[in-house]
Write a protein that binds this ligand. Structure first.
Ligand SMILES: Cc1cc2nc3c(=O)[nH]c(=O)nc-3n(C[C@H](O)[C@H](O)[C@H](O)COP(=O)(O)O)c2cc1C
Length: 191
């Protein structure tokens, strides 16, 4: 059975830097024999968490009728996730964060109910790819905290990140090529 990899793009720009980094990572995973698919969060109907607290008792999100249903089922079945987001105001985009917040039900399942989300299979892996306009070396730090907490909550093993800063730089192309190669290799290693 080929391994399954899910890419989730958190950028509203479907062909920007974050999309290219994600596609490269997914191509790397495919080159190692995986089946990879890409979800564009900006085109999906994903409402934010309403903090109704239903998952505290149900252990699952009871907000039905939007596209989180397909993400919940993929989280339980894929071998790896590549999450991609540009940095917006120091953090991941609203599209990315809405999806992450809706995974509070996994946090409850793991930390309150004490169940392993990946029970019965090899622990899945999580890779983060991101880009930012700023050249500051610390620019990704807040997003790294969020993304690591996300992968921990869904019970995935965090497998690192590929970060491309200073995307506003006119001298970007060679650094971007290097980051795309890095993303490809990181995608290969996921499988
Ligand atoms: C609403 C908004 C907020 C942003 N905030 C930041 C920021 O806080 N720090 C930063 O370095 N870049 C920021 N940027 C720049 C983007 O991170 C950068 O242009 C990135 O390469 C866009 O990725 P994309 O090509 O996938 O759309 C922001 C851009 C937008 C549109």
């Amino acid at each position: 059975m080929p391994k399954k990899v899910l890419g989730m793009l958190g950028s509203p720009r479907l062909d920007g830097c974050a999309a290219q980094l994600l596609d490269s990572a997914l191509e790397g995973a495919r080159s190692a024999g995986a089946e990879a698919e890409r979800f564009d969060l900006a085109t999906m109907n994903i409402g934010p968490c309403r903090e109704c607290r239903a998952c505290d008792t149900a252990g699952a999100c009871t907000r039905h009728g939007d596209d989180m249903a397909v993400i919940y089922s993929r989280i339980r079945e894929v071998d790896a996730i590549v999450l991609s987001s540009p940095i917006f105001f120091m953090g991941v985009t609203a599209q990315t964060k809405a999806m992450i917040d809706r995974c509070q039900c996994f946090w409850v399942e793991k930390y309150v109910k004490g169940r392993r989300v990946y029970d019965g299979r090899e622990k899945p892996k999580g890779l983060f790819v991101a880009c930012a306009g700023s050249p500051k070396p610390t620019i990704f730090e807040p997003s790294l905290h969020v993304v690591k907490a996300f992968f921990a909550a869904i019970d995935y093993q965090y497998s690192g990140e590929v970060l491309l800063g200073h995307t506003d730089d006119p001298g970007l192309p060679p650094r971007k090529d290097a980051a795309l190669k890095q993303a490809y290799e990181a995608g290969r290693r996921l499988v």
